[in-house]
Ligand binder design. Structure first.
Ligand SMILES: Cc1ncc(C[n+]2csc(CCOP(=O)(O)OP(=O)(O)O)c2C)c(N)n1
Length: 398
């Protein structure tokens, strides 16, 4: 058991926050916990030191129960971090994007299982998040591979204001597999704040966060020449170098069979993680394994398919270092091939080159190698980067 917070301690803490909110001290979106004290105290009896906890926009109780210091949490909340509570030492991670964490939790659980660790992963979500496809992707993966991860649905029959019936019709609760637990509770507070913010006069201006600085996507001009190397051979060679030097894990579908066009076929099988056809899950798995020290190479065979993963890429991967004040970093290498029109044409859904679109969204480098030398260089830079890097290969040049 991690902490000694009692039911009364939890309620008193949240009451104090509610009062400070009503006093106009925090011009920020705050989600208060309440009504679920007994359930959570019970659940946290099963959680051990070192376990990972993935929390939500409603993170206060989770943090206090896993040993987060109340004073530090209060300070975070006062400074606009109610939805951004992170603590690397406690393996505490939260997200204010509904259903963003289950796939990352699955990735951490995969890594823990591979290491034979005794640690477990606990991922809290609301009944609103339960409706997102991302949740289904992660649950089916954790269930199928029997990973040490438990999802807990905190069911308050509310998503902002609407009940489950208003959202889903008459359908009863979905029968999730055993890695999913549910508890039901009546929330003490409204969805956000205390219900007073419509008329509240705040005593200070909010301090706004800056987006991470955009990094250069330019490759150096004077590269060592490799005249006899073909583009595809440079890709294959780069993959093998990264596999050897970083022990990288190659994540994607059909990687088991050496996708794409055999570029991965000589990577040791133990370094290839075959995934379901679920791109957002793939990105989450990559982020999760990186938290346990693995170097992931996340493979997409067409640019169009990357779009399915862009929630994970833009809302977590790109900004995680910034929103966690540098506590969590995820140096994922994204290998994204822009489809070509030969040897056969697969139409507009499979052949667009979206390099510029990706560059316009993320702040990390998006390299676009057009020669074998540039491929070697792009992956060399990716290998040593401390941030995520995307390499947009051109199938046309394979
Ligand atoms: C992907 C995404 N969609 C919408 C929102 C806006 N939003 C924030 S919390 C929330 C309701 C979540 O309900 P639930 O998961 O049941 O959690 P609860 O607030 O009831 O604890 C919504 C719609 C969001 N943050 N992320």
């Amino acid at each position: 058991m991690l902490n000694k917070m009692t039911r009364k301690d939890l309620i008193d803490f949240e009451k104090k926050i509610a009062e400070r909110f009503d006093n106009g001290e925090m011009p920020y979106l705050v989600h208060l916990s309440g009504g679920n004290e007994d359930h959570l105290i019970d659940i946290f009896k099963d959680i051990n030191e070192g376990d990972y906890i993935f929390s939500t926009h409603r993170s206060h109780y989770h943090y206090l129960l896993c040993g987060g210091p109340p004073d530090e949490l209060e300070d975070k909340i006062l400074n606009g971090k109610s939805m951004f509570v992170f603590n690397r030492a406690l393996n505490f991670f939260s997200s204010s994007i509904v259903a963003a964490t289950p796939s990352i939790a699955a990735g951490v659980a995969w890594a823990l299982k591979r290491k034979g660790s005794q640690k477990k992963v606990w991922c809290f979500i609301g009944d609103g998040a339960e409706e997102e496809g991302h949740f289904y992707e992660a649950v089916s993966y954790v269930h199928g591979w029997n990973l040490p991860c438990t999802f807990i649905i905190e069911d308050n029959d509310r998503s902002v204001s609407s009940s489950k019936k208003e959202r889903r019709g008459e359908a009863s609760d979905f029968a999730w597999p055993s890695c999913v637990r549910r508890y039901s509770y009546v929330p003490t507070y409204p969805h956000g704040g205390t219900g007073t913010s419509g008329w509240l006069k705040f005593k200070k201006e909010a301090c706004l966060c800056e987006m991470p600085r955009k990094q250069s996507s330019e490759l150096p001009h004077n590269l060592p020449s490799a005249p006899n190397l073909k583009y595809f051979d440079a890709v294959k060679k780069s993959m093998e170098t990264i596999a050897k030097d970083c022990g990288a894990i190659f994540i994607g579908y059909n990687v088991k069979y050496g996708s794409a066009y055999g570029a991965l076929k000589d990577i040791p099988e133990s370094q290839r993680l075959e995934t379901p056809l679920a791109e957002n899950l793939m990105a989450g798995l990559a982020m999760g394994v990186s938290l346990e020290g693995y170097r992931p190479v996340l493979f997409f065979e067409r640019h169009e398919f990357v779009l399915n993963a862009f929630d994970a890429i833009a809302n977590t991967l790109d900004i995680i270092e910034c929103i966690s004040d540098g506590q969590f970093t995820m140096p994922v290498i994204i290998k994204a091939v822009a489809g070509g029109v030969k040897p056969f044409y697969a139409g507009l859904t499979h052949t667009r080159d979206m390099t510029d679109v990706f560059r316009s969204i993320v702040s990390f480098p998006v390299y676009e190698p057009k020669t074998a030398e540039e491929v070697l260089c792009a992956y060399e830079l990716a290998k040593s980067a401390k941030t995520p890097v995307m390499v947009c290969e051109k199938k046309e040049l394979y």
